[in-house]
Design a protein. Structure first.
Length: 236
């Protein structure tokens, strides 16, 4: 089956299919480093006061691991995780009752949005931006829900340093499909995920887009020789 991020239903079906083994394969694909990366990314947001009661939105929450880390680090805050995959959310809901998980397509909040405008202190999207049909539309739409001076943080693939590129290619072209085969997963789905890494914009391009959408104080942080990158900005 061919997966295309412009066809939201095919992407939704893909994540519903791979949900049962999604976490274990992510751990194997990242050699157990995914939780460490996500925790570092949240800590690098450096909000002024972790004890303050904040409202935090975790977009493309999947099985909820980032939302759960947020709750551990911001115990007094309201954490909301949003995803359009019902199978992913079923897993998330079994992992914690301290996060409010909502099934919603974040590319089509529109007039039926469950959120008030300018209500979130932090909006975080981890490894989901590359699956959205339009980064520009996403930034313009999600900006409505961030408070003035609120934070947006994007964690996704970066552009690895030159000496890591052969490894990066082998990892995504062979190792990940092999893992999918071992776990009897949809190999086409994991080939799509590998292909999405090749077309995803560079950190510099993401920073440029953030500035074009009037976000300020933009910074980029690289992890593991640039394989993963994080962009943090504030709403003007």
């Amino acid at each position: 089956m061919k997966f295309d991020k412009k066809d939201k239903n095919s992407i939704k079906n893909m994540f519903n299919q791979i949900a049962p083994n999604y976490d274990i394969l992510n751990n194997l694909m990242t050699f157990g480093l995914q939780t460490d990366i996500k925790k570092k990314a949240i800590l690098n947001i450096k909000n002024d006061d972790y004890k303050t009661s904040l409202k935090i939105l975790d977009l493309c929450t999947g099985t909820g691991d980032i939302a759960i880390i947020f709750k551990e680090l911001y115990p007094n805050s309201q954490i909301i995780g949003v995803d359009f995959s019902d199978n992913m959310l079923k897993i998330a809901q079994t992992r914690t009752h301290k996060v409010n998980f909502i099934q919603k397509d974040i590319t089509n909040l529109g007039t039926h949005s469950p959120f008030e405008e300018e209500s979130f202190d932090i909006c975080f999207i981890g490894f989901g931006l590359r699956n959205l049909p339009s980064i520009d539309n996403f930034l313009e739409n999600i900006k409505k829900y961030i408070k003035p001076n609120g934070i947006i943080s994007i964690l996704d693939l970066g552009k690895p340093m030159w000496f890591m590129r052969p490894y990066f290619w082998l990892h995504y072209e062979f190792y990940i499909p092999f893992l999918a085969f071992l776990y009897n997963q949809n190999i086409s789905a994991y080939k799509y995920l590998a292909k999405s890494t090749q077309t995803y914009p560079s950190p510099t391009q993401i920073i440029t887009k953030l500035k074009q959408h009037k976000f300020t104080n933009t910074i980029n942080i690289n992890y593991y020789f640039g394989i993963i990158s994080q962009q943090i900005a504030r709403k003007a």
